[in-house]
Design a protein around this ligand. Structure first.
Ligand SMILES: [Zn+2]
Length: 128
């Protein structure tokens, strides 16, 4: 469950009190899912959105790097059944794995940068 601190505007994955404010233990964390806390959501967007964007990028990199392994192994075995050149097909298979992984990292970076473009760099000070 995602919680947030109304004092320092940081978001946390669970917990009772904010660890950042006044040495921890004084400011209670609010649950984002509860209806009575939904009114804080517009101002919390600054903190919450990058976390979801980063998670999307991470999932893309993980998915790309894991899925590249069977593709590379498939190309290796497919090539081995055609000819016995182990070195060549191992190099092509490894190259495919590295290529897909590198591509997914590049793509995740690009998507993350595009999504973060509309998020302001600086958080506004809270005076109320
Ligand atoms: Zn706090």
């Amino acid at each position: 469950m995602q919680k947030f601190c109304i004092n320092c505007r940081n978001a946390f994955w669970g917990g009772q009190h904010c660890p950042n404010c006044f040495g921890g233990g004084n400011v209670e964390l609010l649950d984002l899912a509860l209806p009575e806390n939904q009114k804080y959501l517009p101002e919390m967007q600054i903190d919450v959105r990058p976390k979801y964007f980063a998670r999307t990028a991470m999932m893309l990199v993980i998915f790309g790097s894991i899925m590249s392994l069977p593709v590379g192994v498939f190309i290796f075995f497919r090539g081995m059944s055609e000819s016995g050149n182990v070195g060549l097909w191992a190099a092509i298979g490894l190259g495919t794995i590295i290529g897909i992984t590198w591509g997914s990292i590049k793509l995740a970076n690009w998507i993350f940068g595009k999504q973060m473009a509309e998020v302001p760099k600086e958080k506004g000070a809270q005076y109320d």
